[in-house]
Design a protein around this ligand. Structure first.
Ligand SMILES: NC(=O)c1ccc[n+]([C@@H]2O[C@H](COP(=O)([O-])OP(=O)(O)OC[C@H]3O[C@@H](n4cnc5c(N)ncnc54)[C@H](OP(=O)(O)O)[C@@H]3O)[C@@H](O)[C@H]2O)c1
Length: 265
């Protein structure tokens, strides 16, 4: 299995590290990036500066596009020849399978994936969608490549990638904001800033780790720390009120979904 990784920045570098950790040989990967992230450059595989420098004998089975969406029109056509004999896996946010197909030309096999930033520590979640030209083998390969940096789920309907982007793609930012707000609320309740930030950080990380380590539903974990008439119940009275967290998050996800649709054009 030969892999061509176009874009060796934060996400491309995380993928590359994950592949090597799961047994992919450095000799089976060629990277293309005029300015790879230092962490990616140090991993071992050859990284060339442009499509023209890819060794002629290197025929990839899968081309992974991990560049920024801006300027994608200039990047992808340079790989059209190689894409004719390979499947393409794109993690480029907001760039549809239809747009990628047009840029590659012909009838390419394309898998589009939406990962998120915890991929950098192998704890991301990626949602994948393939076009009808993609073989079962290529689907399986794409799933394996993305599972090197976390969990994988599939959708058949590409339009679902807009709410996916809103929930898990942008989602880590909401959780970081929760840690910020919790710390700020602690300060308002009289705690020193440093202690409030330490408590908020450890609490968000610890609660996230509990979710990670068990299949117990989030609602049950919440109920486990809520004694009748206690402090948690007092706080949840505000957070679970009709104007509490749920309507706020529903509105946030609605806006992000709408923005994702706008960006996809
Ligand atoms: N980070 C996330 O949470 C996340 C989540 C979902 C999807 N994504 C998607 O992942 C993609 C990559 O994001 P990122 O955060 O990894 O961005 P990044 O760190 O900027 O990485 C992109 C890399 O591609 C390089 N590049 C630019 N032009 C190129 C070309 N013509 N050929 C080859 N490489 C080229 C860039 O070099 P320069 O720095 O010199 O431009 C950079 O090293 C984006 O499309 C983003 O939408 C990211």
């Amino acid at each position: 299995m030969k892999l061509l990784l176009v874009g060796c920045g934060n996400m491309g570098g995380a993928l590359l590290a994950g592949w090597l950790d799961t047994g992919v040989s450095p000799g089976d990967v060629v990277g293309v990036d005029p300015a790879p992230a230092p962490a990616a450059a140090a991993l071992g595989p050859d990284i060339v500066g442009s499509a023209k420098e890819i060794p002629a004998a290197f025929k990839p089975d899968m081309i992974i596009i991990a560049v920024k969406p801006q300027g994608i029109e200039d990047v992808v056509p340079a790989f059209s020849n190689l894409a004719a004999g390979a499947a393409t896996l794109s993690i480029v946010a907001g760039t549809t399978i239809g747009k990628l197909s047009g840029l590659i030309g012909g009838s390419p096999a394309i898998v589009r994936a939406m990962p998120n930033t915890p991929a950098a520590i192998g704890r991301g979640i990626s949602v994948l969608c393939a076009n009808e030209r993609t073989s079962a083998t290529a689907r399986e390969t794409a799933g394996k490549l993305m599972s090197a940096v976390g969990e994988v789920a599939w959708v058949e309907d590409e339009s679902l990638l807009d709410p996916v982007t809103a929930v898990s793609g942008s989602g880590p930012a909401y959780i970081f904001l929760l840690a910020e707000c919790l710390a700020e609320a602690g300060v308002a309740a009289g705690l020193p800033g440093n202690l409030a930030r330490q408590l908020a950080r450890a609490t968000v990380a610890g609660a996230g780790e509990m979710l990670h380590r068990t299949d117990t539903p989030a609602a049950a974990l919440r109920e486990n720390v809520t004694s009748p008439g206690g402090t948690t119940e007092a706080a949840l009275g505000a957070l679970m009120a009709d104007d509490g967290m749920q309507p706020l998050l529903t509105e946030a996800i609605r806006r992000a979904t709408e923005r994702s649709r706008e960006l996809a054009g």
